[in-house]
Design a protein around this ligand. Structure first.
Ligand SMILES: Nc1ncnc2c1ncn2[C@@H]1O[C@H](COP(=O)(O)OP(=O)(O)OP(=O)(O)O)[C@@H](O)[C@H]1O
Ligand SMILES: [Mg+2]
Length: 150
């Protein structure tokens, strides 16, 4: 496999619905361009879209980091693609609750736009090969997802 090590960082603005989805679309384009497996691209795209929309809807802004570590650098047959979302608040009061399907704090305005089913975080966990969320209420949230690549 010929993927090279790569690190890209994308800024996501809070509450900007006009540009919502652009970062995950850029990530998808980049992964297609470098020839990542279609099945992996599909799962990464879903997770990237959900994590991006959460930054737009629920956070005060943040960024998404994409990192590709090819197998040759790890010394194995499997490389990893990491997606990390970091934001500047407000944090999640109860992460276990937020991880439950159907749980959402989305306002009626946001629900009218078609968001707020409470399925984003469960979807991320389902699509990633590894999933880690840490959040401090009043401070911010970090989500790290890993995807195996061959
Ligand atoms: N980055 C974040 N900062 C603060 N709160 C968050 C963040 N991401 C998620 N949350 C909280 O976790 C809840 C569940 O998130 P999840 O993505 O599962 O559902 P949703 O965004 O409400 O709806 P959907 O993703 O289905 O449109 C959100 O309603 C919100 O309260
Ligand atoms: Mg969501």
């Amino acid at each position: 496999m010929s993927h090279e090590a790569l690190h890209e960082s994308y800024v996501v603005q809070a509450h900007n619905f006009a540009s919502a989805g652009e970062v995950s679309a850029s990530i998808k384009r980049l992964l297609r361009h470098i020839g990542i497996d279609f099945g992996v691209i599909r799962r990464v795209s879903i997770a990237a879209y959900e994590v991006e929309l959460n930054l737009v809807i629920h956070s005060r802004g943040g960024r998404i980091d994409l990192e590709i570590i090819p197998p040759i650098e790890i010394g194995g047959e499997t490389g990893w693609l990491h997606l990390t979302s970091t934001d500047v608040g407000p944090g999640i009061r109860d992460v276990d609750l937020a991880m439950q399907e159907g749980w959402s704090t989305a306002t009626d305005d946001v629900r009218d736009l078609g968001f707020g089913a409470g399925m984003g975080l469960p979807n991320m966990r389902r699509n990633a090969d590894s999933f880690e969320i840490t959040s401090e209420y009043g401070v911010g949230t970090t989500i790290k997802m890993g995807f195996k690549i061959q």
